[in-house]
Structure formats: structure tokens, C-alpha cells
Design a binder for this molecule. Structure first.
Ligand SMILES: NC(=O)c1ccc[n+]([C@@H]2O[C@H](COP(=O)([O-])OP(=O)(O)OC[C@H]3O[C@@H](n4cnc5c(N)ncnc54)[C@H](OP(=O)(O)O)[C@@H]3O)[C@@H](O)[C@H]2O)c1
Length: 275
């Protein structure tokens, strides 16, 4: 099937989720808002934010300035660790809605599996979902051990698991576990947070860039979506925002996908959830 910037995946509750969007970690202030507005202008339809990023207000401003109908943009936010627990999560969610200036969220995630808290937090997410305040609920940074415990107590299964995922951190076990359970993987730091750009200038990678006439960033992003994931690359620069979206006119061959799978080195640009 041909993928486009408008392609969607179907979540376990039959809701459609765009496979491509903008990450917003470190996008703040006027420049951050302009970057989000630019992304929406050129066709991005998913914006990933979190309480932690302190930018929900500018995400809401960008959405309103874009004049794109609310229902056409998929907004994700996350409950931060210090806000976890049942009542605190409900309060944090309502604050996020108010910061964003919207009356529902498309996806709300538990940012990290905080010991002793995540069960109550999940109960709060289920309640928000049952009340129709959020259209889908999920988790982030949950590996198989966390997911197995959550699946034992959940009345509603998580629909999405947002984890760090790129060729240098090919979490095949988590991907396969989630696919089997009907949980969509959303890849954060799909560009390794920028850390691995020098390393990808290896002869093999350079050859592939030449073969496909694409940049290292574009190859990494395309590798990701060909694994059936959702990607949320972040950039503040219009040139990069445009370049990252220009990955729907080519396809990486199966052999080259295997080659990219093999460069995995369990590199985490963020904390490792198994620690
Ligand atoms: N759930 C979680 O725990 C979690 C953790 C981390 C991230 N996230 C989410 O995932 C999103 C993406 O991850 P991330 O922001 O950490 O890292 P990323 O998207 O992997 O990489 C962003 C870095 O790459 C650079 N970049 C972007 N496009 C580029 C291009 N075409 N060529 C060269 N450099 C490029 C950016 O610089 P410029 O801005 O200068 O272009 C920035 O330094 C976040 O923004 C956030 O929404 C979630």
C-alpha cells in the first residue's frame, strides 16, 4: 500500500491515527509556535506535546491560527511523572485541555511507568476515555514487563505505546509484542534526537543515501514507518520540517531494511525504560 502524509493507522477502538506528525519537545515561544504553524500549513496533521514540554499553549495557538478544523488535527499530550496517581492525573488532564484550549484530546499517554503510581494513573485514563474527554489512551516508555502487568489490570487495553525507536534502537521484541496485542507503536526520537547523524555517514549508509537520493534523516524516518509505526520527528527549522515530510515518494527495499535493522546498537538518546 502506498503511504502518504495523510495515511492513518487504525487503533484498537477503530479510531484513525495519522502515521506522521510533529514532535514538539523544545519547541517553545514564538519560534516554536511558528514551527508548528508551518508544519500544519504543509500538511502535518498530528502534534505530539506533553505537560513536561511546557508548550501546550503554543500548540493550541498554532492550531487556532492554522484555521484547520479541530477534528482534522490529532493532538496528543501526556501526564508527567509528578502528576501521576488517580486525582492528580484527572487534574493534570483538565489543565492540559485548558492550556491547549480544546474540549477533547485525541490521545493521552502515561509518560513513564512510575512505580507505585501507574495503576491508579491508568484508572484515571480509563475514566477520561469512558467520559469521552479523550478519544484514545495509551502509554509511553512501557517495555514488555510493564505492558504485561498493565494488561493484567486494564479494563481498556492501551491503544498506543510511544517508545524510542530508530535503526540504532531497534526494539524488535517490543514492536512484535505490541503488534500481537493490537497496540500501535509510536516512535519518539525517530532521528535519535540528532545524536547519530555523524555515525550514519558510514559507507553503507552513504551508499543508500545516494541510491535513494534521500538524506540520512529521510532514510531513518522511512525505515521507521516501513515497520508499521507512527513517527513524530521534531524540528524548529522549516527546511527540516519540509525535508522530514518528504519521505512518501520512495520506498526502502526489503534487503536495505534488513541492513538498517542490523545497525542496531541499543542506543538510547533518552532514559532506558528497562533501568
Ligand atoms: N515519550 C517520551 O518519553 C518522549 C521522549 C523524547 C521525545 N518524545 C517526543 O518525540 C519527539 C521527537 O523526538 P526528539 O525531539 O527527542 O528528537 P528527534 O525528532 O529524533 O530529533 C530532533 C533533532 O534532530 C534535528 N533534526 C530534525 N530534522 C532534521 C533533519 N532533517 N536534518 C538534520 N537534523 C534534523 C533537530 O534539530 P532542528 O530542530 O534544528 O531541526 C533536533 O536537534 C519529541 O519532540 C517529543 O514530541 C517523547
Amino acid at each position: 500500500m502506498t503511504l502518504t502524509i495523510n495515511s492513518t493507522l487504525t487503533l484498537a477502538n477503530s479510531m484513525k491515527m495519522p502515521i506522521f506528525g510533529l514532535g514538539t519537545y523544545l519547541l517553545t515561544g514564538n519560534l516554536g509556535q511558528k514551527a508548528i504553524e508551518f508544519a500544519l500549513k504543509i500538511g502535518y496533521r498530528l502534534i505530539d506535546t506533553a505537560t513536561l514540554y511546557k508548550n501546550e499553549k503554543i500548540v493550541g495557538n498554532a492550531l487556532r491560527n492554522s484555521k484547520i478544523p479541530r477534528k482534522e488535527v490529532f493532538i496528543t499530550s501526556k501526564v508527567w511523572n509528578s502528576d501521576q496517581g488517580y486525582s492528580r492525573t484527572i487534574n493534570a488532564f483538565n489543565k492540559s485541555l485548558s492550556n491547549l484550549g480544546v474540549d477533547y484530546m485525541d490521545l493521552y499517554l502515561i509518560h513513564w511507568p512510575v512505580d507505585g503510581k501507574w495503576k491508579d494513573t491508568w484508572q484515571a485514563l480509563e475514566e477520561l476515555y469512558n467520559k469521552g474527554k479523550v478519544r484514545a489512551i495509551g502509554v509511553s516508555n512501557f517495555y514488555i514487563n510493564h505492558l504485561a502487568k498493565l494488561l493484567q489490570i486494564a479494563s481498556i487495553k492501551p491503544m498506543v505505546n510511544q517508545i524510542e525507536f530508530h535503526p540504532f534502537l531497534y526494539k524488535k521484541d517490543v514492536l512484535e509484542f505490541c503488534q500481537e496485542k493490537g497496540i500501535v507503536i509510536e516512535s519518539y526520537a525517530p532521528l535519535t534526537h540528532g545524536y547519530k547523524f555523524k555515525d550514519v555517514k558510514s559507507p553503507q549508509f552513504l551508499q543508500m543515501m545516494e541510491k535513494y537520493n534521500k538524506s540520512a534523516a529521510q532514510l531513518m524516518l522511512r525505515w521507521n514507518i516501513q515497520h508499521g509505526t507512527v513517527i513524530i520527528p521534531k524540528s524548529i527549522k522549516p527546511t527540516h520540517i519540509r525535508e522530514n515530510a518528504d519521505i512518501f515518494d520512495f520506498s526502502i527495499s526489503d534487503d536495505d531494511i534488513q541492513l538498517l535493522n542490523s545497525i542496531n546498537e541499543d542506543f538510547h538518546s533518552d532514559w532506558d525504560p528497562s533501568d
